[in-house]
Design a protein. Structure first.
Length: 276
């Protein structure tokens, strides 16, 4: 990872460049908590912020971006369409509400948050319209399994730029990762730190000790070395800083293989495997 930096980018399938590392804001409280977290992240070099209409903190994300004084074009902003807003017209309206809450003229990446049955095809059509109209620079999906992606690819000529899913060594969805690579869909890992559930795992701590790094930094490094975009969430300044200190070491091939074997199907968020 020593060849990567906090603002290193990956080129998406439509040519847009997306920072490989960012701040997740899921469960960050609206108001001061979110504003302070986003502002601190931006001040120490983060250039990618992930939010969603369901999180209830889009206004605060936008406010922190403006307060940072960093030019808008240097910050990559993702938000997402929630389940109750699926459909063509409602999808367009939901995007506009998010954009107004963020107080941004455009969004860098707009995602379908969850594959709602019967409506997601129409929703994707709305996202294609937003992309065509220049209201967002890239469109994608979240919590899509292989069958959901196959359905989308069979019904649209627009390949999603990103699929954002829960991913960690404890939920190593290798088949999904390989499918996304094959179809030029960038996989993005949320909850890469297992929401803290595995940070005291002795196996993980032994590996972390070898690199003089924290367990969290090893989990982030593992995802980055699997060429994923990674968005660890924290509202604590010291954690936001620690999570970013991962660009000065490289996990060995042997330890990467060991981490791959940690998989136990651990989901700390929603489980889309049974979503119809």
């Amino acid at each position: 990872m020593k060849d990567l930096k906090i603002d290193s980018k990956v080129k998406l399938n439509n040519g847009v460049e997306m920072p490989i590392f960012g701040l997740g804001t899921f469960q960050a409280q609206s108001g001061k908590e979110t504003r302070d977290a986003v502002l601190h992240a931006l001040q120490i070099g983060y250039r990618h912020i992930d939010t969603a209409s369901m999180y209830g903190n889009e206004e605060d994300v936008g406010a922190a971006i403006r307060e940072s004084g960093i030019p808008r074009e240097e910050i990559f902003v993702t938000t997402k369409l929630w389940n109750s807003d699926h459909g063509y017209d409602s999808g367009l309206a939901a995007f506009e509400k998010s954009r107004r809450r963020l107080r941004l003229s455009y969004v860098d990446l707009y995602l379908i948050h969850w594959p709602v049955q019967d409506l997601r095809k129409e929703t994707w059509r709305a996202l294609e319209t937003l992309l065509k109209d220049g209201k967002c620079r890239a469109i994608g999906v979240s919590n899509y399994m292989i069958r959901h992606l196959k359905e989308l690819l069979d019904n649209s000529s627009t390949v999603p730029a990103v699929n954002q899913v829960e991913f960690s060594p404890y939920l190593y969805q290798k088949d999904l990762l390989e499918f996304c690579r094959k179809h030029d869909v960038q996989l993005e890992a949320y909850s890469p730190l297992t929401k803290g559930h595995k940070l005291n795992d002795p196996k993980l701590l032994r590996i972390a000790l070898r690199y003089s790094k924290s367990a969290a930094q090893i989990l982030i490094g593992w995802a980055l070395q699997h060429q994923m975009v990674v968005i660890p969430k924290s509202s604590r300044k010291e954690r936001i800083t620690e999570n970013a200190a991962v660009f000065d070491f490289t996990i060995s091939p042997e330890d990467m293989r060991a981490l791959d074997l940690f998989d136990q199907g651990l989901r700390t968020s929603w489980d889309p495997t049974t979503a119809p």
